[in-house]
Design a protein around this ligand. Structure first.
Ligand code: SAH
Ligand code: SF4
Length: 368
């Protein structure tokens, strides 16, 4: 199933190579191939990842001829801003594209004690969850490492404070784009200097990729979108459950927890009268008994799903959380922001012209 999905991904090979997305070692190798000392490579990577220059011309430490040589082969990044939205509660959402017509989104989330950002891993998503605007819009392609890292850098340019936290909860299923994701995480950590502990990957629950990630033993935060402890309900909400049912995916998450010693997060989307009963809270308690974990409640954000899904009342949300606590679980609720610009969880569709359409209209194409 997974390899089929990956093979659907179209490449963007026609577009020029980019410096952003390369490691220092790869830039040094380019230098050596071009008869330049390898310390120039370090200089280049520091300029793009530490100083965060906005063009190759701004790498003024380099003589003009080296900048020209770089420009012949590379763009700094292919990521271009198409549109920017600001919410009343200080959230910025950027609609971007990688030089083709496929738009995707990233979100800047300043909090009092930190600045976080939410990045996309794919244009669209093939997983088809019934409550999610991204899934309802279908799938175009995986993002490149460069496009993933460039989202962070583009948002950092818009933030007064340093972005210290990254969550992969934007468009797409990160673990379907495993190699580019892991390389992007490596660059965010080793080149840009983010702590791995401040990086969260949220997954629909792809067992083989979770196992692969477990072997890497990275201390990143892994979050599973569970959304129901019952196979019957979960399969209706999330087709992935037909392939890897609840017990199997939770078992794999527990192995991840043991290998990394990181608490696992269970994301739980609450939909009125669908998955918010006491019985479900008790079943989650049983499933996670004794496992260092946090259950993070995300009340349904409005998406026109045609299933008539609704957000539960605040009373029902609180009652569900209390029942989880009675089962000995640690419970948090997602702090929701950016509703007025459709930047909340599940609302990212890259919507531009019509319902869930992601195609960029030519006359809206703006170049940074
Ligand atoms: N594909 C990954 C990460 C992106 S989705 C995953 O599914 O985990 C990020 C989170 O938003 C997931 O927990 C997802 O279930 C949730 N989500 C999707 N649609 C939503 C909606 N309409 N309201 C609230 N959360 C939603
Ligand atoms: Fe894809 Fe996640 Fe949306 Fe499901 S919830 S369709 S996996 S982005």
């Amino acid at each position: 199933m997974v390899s089929n999905m990956e093979s659907v991904a179209k490449s963007s090979e026609h577009i020029k190579k980019t410096l952003i997305g390369l490691s220092t070692i790869e830039i040094q190798e380019w230098c050596i191939k071009n008869d330049l000392p390898s310390w120039r490579g370090k200089q280049i990577s520091e300029a793009i990842y530490k100083q965060q220059v906005e063009s190759i011309d701004q790498i003024i430490q380099l003589p003009k001829n080296i900048r020209e040589k770089l420009q012949e082969e590379f763009n700094l990044s292919n990521l271009e801003l198409s549109k920017e939205f600001h919410s009343s509660d200080d959230v910025t959402k950027c609609l971007v594209h990688g030089g083709d017509s496929q738009v995707f989104e990233c979100v800047l989330l300043p909090y009092e004690d930190r600045v976080s950002c939410c990045l996309s891993s794919q244009v669209g998503c093939p997983m088809g969850c019934k409550f999610c605007a991204t899934g309802l819009g279908g799938f175009d392609r995986n993002l490149t490492t460069s496009e993933i890292v460039s989202q962070y850098l583009l948002l950092q340019l818009r933030s007064k404070r340093r972005i210290s936290h990254v969550v992969f909860m934007g468009m797409g299923e990160p673990l379907l784009n495993y190699n580019n994701l892991v390389k992007a995480i490596t660059i965010l950590h080793e080149e840009i200097g983010l702590s791995l502990r401040h990086i969260t990957v949220s997954t629909v629950g792809l067992v083989p990729q979770i196992k692969k990630l477990t072997e890497l033993k990275l201390p990143i935060h892994l979050a599973l979108s569970l959304h129901s402890p019952s196979d019957e309900i979960r399969s209706k909400l999330m087709p992935v459950n037909n392939r890897w049912p609840v017990k199997e995916v939770v078992g794999t998450m527990i192995e991840y927890q043991k290998a990394t010693r990181r608490k696992i997060t269970i994301e739980y989307l609450l939909i009125d009268q669908v998955n918010d009963s006491y019985q479900e809270a008790d079943a989650i308690g049983e499933l996670l008994q004794g496992i260092p974990s946090i259950v993070n409640i995300i009340p349904f954000n409005y998406v026109d799903t045609e299933n008539g899904f609704k957000r539960p009342s605040n009373g029902r949300i609180e009652a569900f959380k209390n029942q989880l606590r009675l089962n000995g679980l640690t419970v948090t609720q997602r702090q929701e922001r950016g509703h007025d610009i459709a930047a909340a969880c599940g609302q990212l569709a890259g919507e531009h012209s019509g319902r869930f359409a992601r195609r960029l209209e030519k006359n809206l194409f703006t170049v940074r």
